[in-house]
Design a protein around this ligand. Sequence first.
Ligand code: ZN
Length: 279
Amino acid sequence: MFRKYVLLAFVSLAYIFSDNLYRQVRVRKQMFELDVIDVGQGDAILITSNKGRRVLVDGGDGYDLDAYINKVTPVPFCRIDFIIMTHTHADHWEGLDRIMKRCDVRVFTFNDVASDSATYLKFVQNIPENKKLKLYSDSKIKVDNIIITILWPDIAVLKTQELSSDANFLSTVALVSYRDFDILLTGDAPAGVLDKIWAEKESMLQNDKVDVFKVPHHGSITGLSEKFLTNLSPTYCVISVGEGNSYGLPDEDVLSFLAEIKCEVYRTDSDGNIEFKAK
Ligand SMILES: [Zn+2]
């Protein structure tokens, strides 16, 4: 349980402090941070260790991430220790292109799925080979006191994938653990993937008791597994979604179910940047 560690879980106006003051406060208190960044219709999540190391998961598709990162770690000191790209859809990787170009990114991790998108392939090909790290189910990354365990996709699934495979099905799903604070990141994974994960990793997920659940696929009904969510029973549910998006997301049925299981919902379209801190 993380409740005793979490100091604040608040939204939107998290940056009412000046950036300088904010950085000073962070350094002095050495807090772990999870920032779900408002990048419109897309995903971008920044994880910062209590020693200041950064893991960026996805990047949205515009310049919103760039502007945000420039406040946290401005050029020429911009440094990101790990990037995890969940899958090949533009609303998850395009914003990472600028970060790769202008920041010191130490490791770029992905699951190397096939794609027929010329822009995506160019992006990946431009990343130096010595920075690339392929991740599959059961891979682990340790960043200071943070352990990130990849839960999906299995390497066997990737080996048999077809070019026409649904990229969402191959979304990286990761459990991020900082002391007793556990976060499940799901990319755009569909419900069937969550069910497979529960079948294979039930004991791990029950032991760790997920505190924050990143609702898959921007709150689409495709990511709703009632069985999985009932079992997981997360305290907070975060939806990264664009205001007034043309897809009608998040889906009303998803919101109703989250209310039913009493998960406290935060949304980037209405709440802006969402920030959790733990010490
Ligand atoms: Zn998406």
